[in-house]
Design a protein around this ligand. Structure first.
Ligand code: URA
Length: 210
């Protein structure tokens, strides 16, 4: 109950945030996060896109559908995990009719305390960091090379973090090897959490097996 109250209070503060003047002006909603605050697993993305900004929920656009598939392949549902972004507001794109902009380091640094509080309250057993930008925001690092970082456990304030490719990268690169790499990262997470893994799951995205 303390957790729920803490989350509710935090949500209210985040939804009313005005720290980034330019984002306050351009945003439609603040995208706090969605799922079970008691979940063992937290997925962290970079920032809301256009669809997320409208709906107020993370990962509901094209990349979101891919993430939902990944979560389901693990034998979970969106409701059984928690999903959040480093940046809670959609990066503005002045003069641009469509497309997204990568969040800037200063924007992510401003917003990071909110994610830190979410993690502090939630105490997940593992975090999946989706893409280089999520890693850069979480760890305050520059130019993370995700092809190198993925698949290797890191630690965020004592909580194990598994970096992997952003689901939008899978959309752009349908190669089986990329899917298998993401899947191997998820298998490592499932193993760490002691989740059941069947033979079919072990073999997902292996050449000639899926
Ligand atoms: N990409 C992200 O990183 N986060 C979202 O919420 C949606 C797309």
């Amino acid at each position: 109950a303390a957790k729920s109250a803490g989350f509710q209070a935090l949500r209210e503060r985040v939804l009313a945030c005005t720290k980034c003047e330019h984002l306050v002006k351009s945003r439609k909603t603040v995208v706090f996060g969605v799922g079970d605050i008691h979940a063992r697993l937290l997925f962290v993305g970079e920032a809301p896109g256009a669809e997320e900004d409208v709906q107020g929920e993370p990962f509901v656009g094209a990349a979101g559908q891919k993430l939902t598939q990944i979560i389901q392949a693990m034998g979970l549902t969106r409701a059984k995990v928690f999903i959040a972004n480093v940046l809670k507001c959609r990066p503005d794109t002045p003069g641009q009719a469509y497309g997204n902009r990568k969040p800037r380091p200063d924007e992510m640094a401003t917003c990071l305390p909110y994610l830190q509080e979410q993690i502090e309250l939630m105490q997940p057993e593992a975090i999946v960091a989706l893409g280089a930008t999520a890693m850069e925001g979480l760890f305050g690092e520059n130019q993370v090379f995700i092809a190198k970082a993925r698949g290797r456990w890191r630690s965020f304030r004592g909580i194990p973090v598994m970096p992997t490719y952003h689901p939008s990268y899978i959309l752009r690169n349908e190669a089986l090897t990329v899917k298998r790499q993401v899947w191997e990262d998820m298998l490592a997470v499932m193993e760490r959490l002691g989740m059941p893994i069947n033979e079919k799951q072990r073999n997902y995205f292996l050449p000639g097996k899926s």
